[in-house]
Design a protein around this ligand. Structure first.
Ligand code: ATP
Ligand code: MG
Ligand code: MG
Ligand code: MG
Length: 575
C-alpha cells in the first residue's frame, strides 16, 4: 500500500469525550470516527486492525473444528418470542418494526437463530457434535456506551455455538473452545487472564471470561498470585463465605432508624443477606388480603451484576427476610411505567419496617411516594442524573489479602477488559425451542449447547490500553494495521532515495510483508509523528546521506533510537 493512496487522517488533539487512552489514540490515529453514541465508522486504518483480529480468530476457530456461517443482523421477533427473550430482555435489545408493522430485533447475540438452524438441519446423533460460528455485527443498546470501541452499541463479535448429543460431549466441546481461546489470545500478544465466571442458573464451573489486564478495565478480577485461582468478582463473591464484613450491623441499624436510611443502606442489607452485591434496588409491592391488610410484600430487586442477569427471572428467598425474585428490566418497565435505574440515596421518609413472618418479610412505608398501593415513582427520573453507584467498593465480600479458595495463597485484585467469554448452556435454548435429534436408540433428545464470544472490535481497544506511550499506539505485530512502514526522506529532492524506497517496497511486497510506503512527501518530523501515533511496529527511514554509505535506518516502535542497517540486509531483517 502507498500512503498517498490510503486514507490517513491523524488528529493533533483527541475529542473531549474521549476518556481512556485507547479511545483517544484510536481517534487521533484516524482508526475510528464517531457517527453517534456508541456508533463508529471503522476507518481504513482501523479496519485493517479489525481484519487482523478476525483472521486470527477465524484461523483458530477453523482449526478447532468450528464451521463459519453468517446469520442476519435483523432477525424476525418470532424466534425471540419463542424463548421469551423478546419481552424478557431489557432495553439493551433493539426492537424495530418493518413497513407491515412486524417486529424485528437487531441481533445482540444469536442463540435463537442458531438453535433454529440446528433444529432444522440436525436430525441425528450422527451429525453431532457441531460448532457453528459467525463474525458479525451486533447491536446492544448499552446504558452507557463509552470508551470508543470498548463499549460500543454497534460492534463486531465472533459468536460460536456448539451442539452436542450429551453433557459429557458438550463439556468436551466447551474445553476445545476454552483451549482455542487461549491460543487466540496468546497470538494477539496481550497480557490476559482466563477467569472463572458465573454460569448463572446452569451451574457447574463451565464459564470463563478472558480478561485483558488494564487499569481502565470495567471488570474486577480476583486472583491468587501463587496459584492458578482466578475469577471475576461475581464468581469470587458467590464463593466467599457469608462474612458480613460489609457492615451489616451498620446497615441494619440505619435501616431501623426513621429518616436515616437510604436506598444504599437497604441495598447493603439485602446484599449482606444475599451474600452478593446489590448495586441497584428497585422496590416492593404489597399483596393484601380481603381486609386490606398487607399479606406480603414482594421485593423487586434489580441486580446490576452483569447484563445476563437482566435477561432472566430468578426466584428465591432472602434468608429470614423476604421472598424475592429478580426482575428483568422489561418487567420493571412494564410494571412501574418507567425505566429502572439506580434509585440513589433517597432518604427514607418513614421507618422501614422489616417484619419477619416466617419466610415473608413486609417492607412497608419506605421511600418517597410509597403508599397503600405499594410503590409509585412514575415520572421520576431514575438514574439518569444520579451518580453511578460505586457500591462494589463498599460491599465487596472479597478483598485483597483474603485467603484464596484453593488455600494456596492470598487474593489479589486487578482490573480487566472482558474480551472473550465461553459458556456452557446445557439445554436452556434447545428445550424452549424444541431442538431435538434422534439418539442411538432412535429417541428424540434435546441438544446440549455452549456459546462462545469474542469482542472483535473491543480487542484492539484493549490492546491499545496495554500498548502505548506518549507518542501513540504500539501495535503488537499480530494486530498492526501495517507491520512495516518505509519512510523515504525528501524523495522529491533525492531520486536515489525514491528509487531505493520503491525497490525495497516491491521486494517486501513480493515477500508478503504487510508494508506501507509513505510517498506523501511530508516533512520527516510530521511523517515520523504520524507513524508513531498510528503505531506501526517496524519503521525504515531511507535518507540520501545513509544511502551514500550503503545503509538505511531501522527503528522498532518501542526503541528510542534508530540503528543503521546495510541496504543489502534490511529486507531479510523485516521478513
Ligand atoms: P460486558 O460485561 O462487557 O457488557 P458481556 O458479558 O455483556 O460484556 P457477552 O455477551 O459475553 O458480553 O459477549 C461476548 C463478548 O462480546 C464480550 O466478551 C465482549 O468482548 C464483547 N462485547 C460485549 N458487549 C460489547 C460492547 N458493547 N462493545 C464491544 N464489545 C462488546
Ligand atoms: Mg460480562
Ligand atoms: Mg454486556
Ligand atoms: Mg460476558
Amino acid at each position: 500500500m502507498k500512503a498517498s493512496q490510503f486514507l490517513i487522517s491523524t488528529l493533533k488533539e483527541a475529542p473531549t469525550d474521549a476518556e481512556v487512552v485507547s479511545h483517544k489514540l484510536m481517534m487521533r490515529a484516524g482508526m475510528i470516527k464517531k457517527l453517534g453514541a456508541g456508533i463508529y465508522n471503522y476507518m481504513p486504518m482501523g479496519l485493517r486492525v479489525i481484519r487482523k483480529v478476525e483472521a486470527i480468530v477465524r484461523e483458530e476457530m477453523n482449526r478447532a473444528g468450528a464451521v463459519e456461517l453468517t446469520m442476519p443482523v435483523v432477525q424476525p421477533a418470532e424466534l425471540w418470542q419463542e424463548t421469551g427473550r423478546f419481552d424478557k430482555m431489557g432495553p439493551e435489545l433493539l426492537r424495530i418494526k418493518d413497513r407491515h408493522d412486524r417486529d424485528y430485533v437487531v441481533q445482540p447475540t444469536s442463540e435463537e437463530v442458531v438453535t433454529d438452524i440446528a433444529r432444522q438441519e440436525i436430525k441425528s446423533y450422527k451429525q453431532l457434535p457441531k460448532n457453528l460460528y459467525q463474525i458479525q455485527t451486533k447491536f446492544r443498546d448499552e446504558r452507557r456506551p463509552r470508551f470508543g470501541l470498548m463499549r460500543g452499541r454497534e460492534f463486531i463479535m465472533k459468536d460460536a455455538y456448539s451442539f452436542d448429543r450429551d453433557q459429557h460431549s458438550a463439556k468436551a466441546s466447551y474445553q476445545v473452545m476454552a483451549k482455542a481461546y487461549r491460543r487466540i489470545f496468546d497470538r494477539f500478544g496481550l497480557t490476559y487472564r482466563a477467569v472463572a465466571a458465573d454460569s448463572g442458573a446452569i451451574g457447574g464451573d463451565l464459564s470463563e471470561e478472558f480478561q485483558v489486564i488494564a487499569a481502565t478495565g470495567e471488570d474486577a478480577i480476583v486472583y491468587c498470585p501463587t496459584s492458578d485461582y482466578a475469577a471475576n468478582m461475581e464468581k469470587a463473591e458467590s464463593l466467599a463465605p457469608v462474612a458480613p464484613r460489609a457492615s451489616a450491623q451498620d446497615a441494619m441499624e440505619k435501616v431501623a432508624t426513621p429518616g436515616k436510611s437510604t436506598c444504599e443502606d437497604v441495598a447493603a442489607l439485602l446484599g449482606v443477606a444475599l451474600n452478593t452485591t446489590v448495586k441497584s434496588l428497585v422496590l416492593a409491592t404489597d399483596e393484601k388480603d380481603e381486609h386490606g391488610a398487607v399479606k406480603k410484600t414482594q421485593v423487586w430487586l434489580l441486580l446490576l451484576r452483569g447484563d445476563h442477569d437482566m435477561n432472566e427471572v430468578k426466584v428465591g428467598k432472602l434468608p429470614g427476610l423476604a421472598e424475592f425474585r429478580f426482575a428483568t428490566v422489561g418487567e420493571i418497565e412494564e410494571h412501574f411505567g418507567c425505566k429502572p435505574g439506580y434509585l440513589g440515596p433517597i432518604g427514607l421518609k418513614q421507618p422501614l419496617k422489616i417484619v419477619a413472618d416466617r419466610d415473608v418479610a413486609v417492607m412497608a412505608d419506605w421511600i418517597c411516594g410509597a403508599n397503600e398501593e405499594g410503590f409509585h415513582i412514575r415520572g421520576v427520573n431514575w438514574g439518569r442524573d444520579l451518580p453511578e453507584p460505586d457500591m462494589v467498593a463498599d460491599l465487596r465480600n472479597v478483598v485483597e489479602g483474603d485467603a484464596s479458595p484453593d488455600g494456596k495463597g492470598v487474593l489479589a485484585i486487578e482490573r480487566g477488559i472482558e474480551v472473550g467469554h465461553v459458556f456452557y448452556l446445557g439445554t436452556k435454548y434447545s428445550k424452549v425451542m424444541n431442538a431435538t435429534f434422534l439418539d442411538v436408540n432412535g429417541k428424540p433428545q434435546f441438544m446440549e449447547m455452549g456459546c462462545y464470544g469474542i469482542g472483535i472490535t473491543r480487542l484492539p481497544a484493549a490492546a491499545v490500553e496495554q500498548n502505548h506511550d506518549d507518542k501513540g499506539i504500539i501495535w503488537p505485530d499480530a494486530l498492526a494495521p501495517f507491520t512495516v512502514v518505509l519512510c523515504p526522506i525528501n524523495p522529491d529532492r533525492f531520486p536515489d532515495v525514491k528509487a531505493a524506497a520503491d525497490k525495497l517496497y516491491e521486494e517486501l511486497l513480493a515477500a508478503g510483508v504487510d508494508v506501507i510506503l509513505d510517498d506523501r512527501n511530508e516533512r520527516p518530523g510530521a511523517m515520523f509523528a504520524d507513524w508513531e501515533l498510528i503505531g506501526v511496529p517496524h519503521r525504515v527511514n531511507i535518507g540520501d546521506r545513509g544511502l551514500k554509505e550503503g545503509v538505511v535506518e531501522y527503528q522498532h516502535r518501542r526503541e528510542s533510537a534508530a540503528t543503521s542497517v546495510a541496504v543489502a540486509d534490511i529486507a531479510a531483517l523485516l521478513l
